[in-house]
Design a protein around this ligand. Structure first.
Ligand SMILES: [Zn+2]
Length: 239
């Protein structure tokens, strides 16, 4: 493997022997997305090995080729995915939203706090409430005054008595789910995922495009997404 922008070369084994994964990123050998995935779990890091010639092999399959189904089964059977995590993957939403939720509960989203931890430039305040509060997942999706206002609107709109005095977004989802009758839980799953997803998209628009949105607009976006997700399921079921 050779970096096209320099004479620095390395085998895949060299890369995986390197303790600082960001060193590889700085040489443009790994994309930022792949660094994020590898950083998310030592378990995943150990799933890849290399042959003598530097060819990458997926250790969990006999032919060395990556397989999503094999990876999923391996993670389930080795305890990486708990029953709670399995439920998250069953939330009725597009795959990109389920992936986002997965990163959220693992605290792997690139929030301002996680950027700081990685030594990257970050803003010292939350762009949603404009408070000098380092933005992490708990603040962004739960305790931020802007977001808690959205949860209040969600509670009113969907007639849900939500508790928001909880430690993490995951606990917020779990505990409020337990308090609901069983016939409302699937709807709550979609509401929670859609709201977190919409808050995240809004936060990114504020940062990158300078676009501010009212809380009522976010509530409307959440409702439209849930309608769309339901329609997609009906279309899929009819096919
Ligand atoms: Zn805030």
């Amino acid at each position: 493997m050779q970096n096209p922008t320099s004479s620095w070369t390395a085998t895949v084994r060299d890369l995986y022997d390197t303790s600082d994964i960001h060193h590889l990123r700085s040489h443009n050998l790994l994309s930022s997305q792949l660094v994020e995935i590898i950083n998310s779990s030592a378990f995943l890091r150990n799933s890849v090995s290399s042959d003598e010639d530097g060819t990458m092999r997926w250790s969990w399959s006999t032919d060395g080729q990556y397989s999503t189904s094999v990876a999923y089964k391996k993670m389930v059977h080795t305890g990486v995915i708990t029953p709670c995590h399995k439920m998250l993957w069953k939330i009725k939403s597009p795959a990109k939203v389920r992936t986002f939720i997965w990163l959220l509960v693992l605290d792997r989203l690139l929030t301002q706090r996680n950027l700081l931890v990685r030594g990257w430039p970050a803003m010292p305040s939350c762009v949603l409430c404009n408070q000098q509060q380092v933005e992490d997942c708990c603040h962004l999706f739960l305790t931020c005054s802007f977001t808690s206002g959205i949860w209040s609107l969600i509670g009113l709109q969907f007639n849900l008595a939500l508790r928001i005095d909880l430690a993490t977004p995951l606990r917020f989802w779990q505990l409020n789910r337990k308090r609901l009758p069983s016939d409302k839980r699937q709807l709550w799953d979609s509401i929670w995922a859609a709201t977190c997803w919409t808050v995240w998209k809004h936060r990114c628009k504020v940062i990158f495009d300078g676009e501010q949105t009212m809380q009522h607009r976010i509530l409307l976006d959440v409702e439209l997404q849930i309608i769309n997700w339901r329609a997609m399921r009906l279309v899929t079921a009819a096919c």
